[in-house]
Ligand binder design. Structure first.
Ligand code: PRP
Ligand code: URA
Ligand code: MG
Length: 209
């Protein structure tokens, strides 16, 4: 799939291995998620639009490119996607942040919405959705559905670990988006957790278990 980009950089792979270990504690886990998001963002934002502005160097005036400031919105899927936001904001501090609250039903594994607030106007922005885990893809599809219903058009989705089933479901529902993944794991278990994965990303970021 052309729109699925697996980021194979050794720094990303090394940090994902640290995330996977069950001995990695909350503060290191949180820091790693942010660092990985920043490294993934470096790649995912390589087509950010630029505008030329005039700058005076100590030598002379010149026209030189800067990021067109109002163009980016980061939209984490709560809770776990929040852990990736500062990684992107480190790269583009002027980005706006929207939030989509979803949790998976423990029995059906289907997502339930509890919050949605997006920056206005959303239609003109490049939107980067963040969620460390793409498992069945239900949450990802629902999040992109919401964003499109609110007028979002240019959407990139960043996931640290993805399962093949989730990738397929998301890209079948939304073939126009670009999906950036840090690693594609091999399967889901009977509770729809990614194997080998890293466990429950939200609980590990926020220390809730
Ligand atoms: O692809 P899916 O099968 O939908 O699963 C992935 C979703 O599950 C996790 O969220 P969770 O429901 O655990 O909520 P949390 O982030 O609040 O822990 C994860 O952060 C994703 O949003
Ligand atoms: O493996 C998984 C699947 C869904 N959500 C998680 O946090 N981890
Ligand atoms: Mg969770």
């Amino acid at each position: 799939m052309n729109n699925v980009i697996e980021l194979t950089h050794p720094l990303i792979q090394h940090k994902i291995s640290r995330l996977r270990s069950k001995t990695t504690g909350t503060s290191e886990f949180r820091a790693l998620v942010e660092e990985i998001a920043m490294l993934m963002g470096y790649e995912a934002l390589k087509d950010l639009p630029l505008v030329d502005v005039e700058v005076e160097t100590p030598i002379e005036k010149c026209m030189t490119p800067v990021i067109a400031g109002k163009n980016l919105a980061v939209v984490p899927i709560l809770r776990a996607g929040l852990g990736m936001v500062n990684g992107i904001l480190n790269l583009v501090p002027t980005a706006k942040v929207g939030h989509i609250g979803l949790y998976r039903d423990e029995e059906t594994h289907e997502p339930h919405e509890y919050y949605c607030k997006l920056p206005d106007p959303i239609s003109e922005r490049l939107i980067v959705v963040t969620d460390p885990m793409l498992a069945t893809g239900g949450s990802g599809v629902a999040a992109v559905d919401f964003i499109k219903q609110h007028g979002g058009k240019k959407i990139k989705f960043m996931s640290i670990i993805a399962a093949p089933a989730g990738i397929e479901r998301l890209m079948k529902a939304h073939p126009d988006i670009q999906l950036y993944v840090g690693h594609i794991d091999h399967k889901l278990n009977e509770n729809a957790y990614i194997c080998p994965g890293l466990g429950d990303a939200g609980d590990r970021i926020f220390g809730t278990k």
